[in-house]
Design a protein around this ligand. Structure first.
Ligand SMILES: *[C@@H]1O[C@H](CO)[C@@H](O)[C@H](O)[C@H]1NC(C)=O
Ligand SMILES: *[C@@H]1O[C@H](CO)[C@@H](O)[C@H](O)[C@H]1NC(C)=O
Ligand SMILES: *[C@@H]1O[C@H](CO)[C@@H](O)[C@H](O)[C@H]1NC(C)=O
Ligand SMILES: *[C@@H]1O[C@H](CO)[C@@H](O)[C@H](O)[C@H]1NC(C)=O
Ligand SMILES: *[C@@H]1O[C@H](CO)[C@@H](O)[C@H](O)[C@H]1NC(C)=O
Ligand SMILES: *[C@@H]1O[C@H](CO)[C@@H](O)[C@H](O)[C@H]1NC(C)=O
Ligand SMILES: *[C@@H]1O[C@H](CO)[C@@H](O)[C@H](O)[C@H]1NC(C)=O
Ligand SMILES: *[C@@H]1O[C@H](CO)[C@@H](O)[C@H](O)[C@H]1NC(C)=O
Ligand SMILES: *[C@@H]1O[C@H](CO)[C@@H](O)[C@H](O)[C@H]1NC(C)=O
Ligand SMILES: *[C@@H]1O[C@H](CO)[C@@H](O)[C@H](O)[C@H]1NC(C)=O
Ligand SMILES: CC(=O)N[C@H]1CO[C@H](CO)[C@@H](O)[C@@H]1O
Ligand SMILES: [Cu+2]
Length: 567
């Protein structure tokens, strides 16, 4: 027995030696040339997109973040559950105070059952526009993918770019009360591509070999837009999402929301003498919502191809129209968990805690002393809410430390409602204007350890119906149901998928529709849930779950690290 343990330990050591377990993240301003000009942006290690982290399933990483910029920063490990370790989760003023200029924070990233592609990004203000990168989690040593081993793996990071500094874009946005300045480009691996001025030379190029299969690890790091993504003449076979495997799903295009990831197999099975574009552009279907309608591209070249692409015509793939809601819904509801013997799932079948929350856009009346700040519809200020509460981020402390030390009163309240405070026809075409006004507050929902939660997220047509990609920290959840219109608690649960629902950390509540998610609250901590469309988050579409400790010591939040950034 002792011998066996020893051997296992030795093998683990060897296997883990393949990847670094320690990373240094230097946050600093770096000049990057895009769209004909050079601009200083916040980066990690001078890279844009930032460095990729490689790890084995279940390993623990240490990332030492040094802030050598003049801005506050925090880093979140998106899709990492961080069992019992909210201390390194990252959202500013929720689990920590920011890492201030000149200071540092050693973060511990505890991987558990995540396998596939997840990512990291800044989680304060709008810094994540340029501070983000992929995390690739490989199967445990001795295990393989539940699909044929790909010839190579390529991160495809979709992004969004402003010519102005995002700090200024955010300031102007908050000051105006209206919509943010639309972005100037979308990006594939940091590059806008051939359809933007001065960008041809930098266009990302992927070389593939006829007959081989490639694994594209696609993530959407854009700030505001759900994106359609496709490759000319090639199909994509989705095999994973948000760090969990799916049943293979083969499609001509994908729809990917900010915050989501997809692992897709690409077969090099087309005429090698052509060049092919991969391309992405926005999807949004709301009244008076502005977005940039341009297309970002990258080029696929076969190794066997001897032509010079500078004089070869390249064609774009088909992408659905900007407003094509049915296509996005069709795609996202077609996903199924792999749910195999080796990759089992455990969907809670008995629900102890039932919650329903609306997700709404709201309007605020114009303050008399600052009418310039009212560029929302009809001279109002735009806002957003869950269960009619527009979330106020604590200004001077963070919820985790306030909760853990039980010292600081008044940082948050525990009154997030279990159900919408007012029941109405949420998705009616015309709604009374008085309903558009939200309340404000820092209200959390406290959950008992190990309770089984069903949360129905109900979109509303207040101001405008829109899709909302809702992201939960600290958990993966199962998407057991969805529908258009209003959730009907009598009939809809009968159609739930409790057999192989997709396991995700970010699900789109469809425009004027709902989704039902389930999870077991077995990770004590302070975990935010919010819309991953950045302007909606800024407007307050957010809440926080506090999951209490269980009885046993191994069901408690881990002790805090020796050093947490102070406020
Ligand atoms: C979209 O981006 C392009 C290229 O930067 C720019 O020319 C155009 O004005 C933008 N469109 C909108 C609607 O902002
Ligand atoms: C994109 O937006 C611009 C500016 O609003 C508009 O002129 C153009 O027609 C739009 N293009 C498409 C393809 O919708
Ligand atoms: C936009 O959304 C509405 C539902 O709110 C839908 O009826 C309409 O078909 C969508 N537009 C398109 C072009 O799909
Ligand atoms: C969803 O899309 C697939 C692939 O395009 C198509 O075969 C299927 O009919 C669509 N399903 C619905 C319900 O529209
Ligand atoms: C406007 O008044 C509110 C409260 O009366 C105050 O908090 C705010 O600072 C004032 N804003 C300006 C621009 O004076
Ligand atoms: C809610 O509004 C929709 C759209 O106007 C309508 O079709 C539906 O019948 C309404 N539901 C109820 C229960 O009134
Ligand atoms: C939200 O709360 C505000 C303030 O109490 C109220 O005026 C509004 O009608 C409420 N809206 C909804 C949808 O509950
Ligand atoms: C959590 O609840 C499940 C089902 O009720 C139970 O089987 C399990 O033992 C519980 N786990 C703990 C640690 O309490
Ligand atoms: C703006 O005001 C008009 C007239 O009162 C109203 O019909 C419209 O719904 C309002 N728009 C919004 C987004 O509230
Ligand atoms: C940076 O964080 C500190 C600590 O919370 C805060 O006092 C300061 O105002 C922040 N700076 C900016 C520019 O937000
Ligand atoms: C200690 C440290 O890294 N300080 C840096 C903080 O940010 C300023 C502004 O960029 C730098 O000049 C300092 O070197
Ligand atoms: Cu949203």
């Amino acid at each position: 027995m002792a011998m066996k343990t020893y051997t296992l330990f030795f093998i683990l050591l060897l296997a883990n030696a393949a990847f670094a377990n320690h990373y240094q993240f230097i946050v600093k301003e770096t000049s990057i040339e895009r769209l004909c000009k050079s601009k200083k942006i916040l980066t990690v290690n001078g890279k844009f997109p930032g460095p990729t982290i490689y790890a084995n399933k279940g390993s623990t990483l240490i990332v030492h973040v040094y802030n050598k910029s003049k801005y506050n920063i925090t880093i979140h490990w998106h899709g990492v559950k961080q069992p019992r370790n909210p201390w390194s989760d990252g959202p500013e003023y929720i689990t920590q105070c920011p890492i201030q200029p000149g200071s540092q924070f050693k973060q511990t990233i505890i991987l558990s059952d995540e396998e596939g592609t997840i990512w990291w990004h800044a989680h304060n203000k709008w810094a994540r526009a340029t501070v983000h990168g992929a995390i690739i989690v490989y199967p445990n040593p001795g295990h393989s993918y539940p699909f044929p081993k790909p010839h190579a793996e390529i991160p495809i990071i979709l992004g969004e770019w402003w010519k102005d500094s995002v700090v200024e874009v955010l300031k102007e946005f908050v000051g105006s009360g209206g919509q943010p300045q639309t972005s100037d480009a979308f990006l594939i691996n940091g590059q806008p591509g051939d359809y933007y001025p001065c960008s041809k030379h930098g266009t990302f190029k992927l070389e593939i070999k006829s007959g081989k299969t490639y694994l594209l690890r696609i993530l959407n790091a854009a700030m505001h837009e759900i994106l359609f993504f496709a490759i000319r003449n090639h199909k994509l076979t989705i095999v994973g999402t948000d760090g969990s495997y799916t049943k293979p799903l083969t499609r001509d295009f994908i729809a990917i929301s900010p915050g989501q990831t997809f692992d897709c197999l690409l077969k090099a099975n087309q005429n090698p003498n052509n060049f092919y574009y991969m391309a992405a552009r926005a999807y949004t279907n709301g009244t008076n919502v502005q977005f940039n309608n341009s297309t970002t591209t990258a080029i696929i070249k076969y190794q066997e191809n001897n032509y010079n692409f500078n004089n070869s015509p390249i064609s774009l793939p088909y992408l659905p129209s900007y407003y094509d809601t049915p296509s996005t819904i069709n795609f996202s509801v077609s996903l199924r968990s792999l749910a195999s013997k080796i990759h089992p799932i455990s969907v809670p079948t008995k629900v102890k805690t039932r919650l329903v929350s609306t997700v709404s856009i709201n309007l605020l009346p114009c303050p008399k002393n600052n009418t310039r700040s009212c560029q929302g519809p009809n001279g109002t200020r735009l806002s957003a809410s869950m269960n009619n509460i527009s979330f106020l981020t604590p200004p001077r402390y963070n919820i985790l430390e306030a909760y853990y030390y039980n010292r600081v009163k008044g940082v948050f309240g525990a009154d997030f409602p279990d159900f919408p405070p007012y029941v109405f026809n949420y998705t009616d075409d015309v709604l009374p204007l008085e309903l558009e006004l939200p309340k404000f507050g820092t209200q959390v929902k406290v959950l008992k350890y190990n309770t089984t939660v069903e949360l129905v997220l109900q979109g509303t047509n207040l101001v405008t119906g829109l899709d909302h990609p809702m992201h939960l920290h600290g958990y993966n959840f199962y998407v057991v149901g969805w529908g258009l219109g209003n959730f009907d608690e009598k009939y809809d649960p009968k159609n739930y998928n409790l057999v192989d629902p997709p396991r995700r950390n970010n699900v789109v509540v469809p425009k004027n529709g709902w989704v039902a998610i389930r999870f077991r609250a077995d990770n004590p901590g302070v975990w935010t849930m919010h819309c991953h469309i950045e302007r909606h988050l800024t407007w307050g579409m957010q809440t926080v779950f506090i999951v209490k400790n269980g009885h046993k010591p191994e069901e408690h939040i881990l002790p805090p690290p020796h050093y947490m950034p102070p406020c």
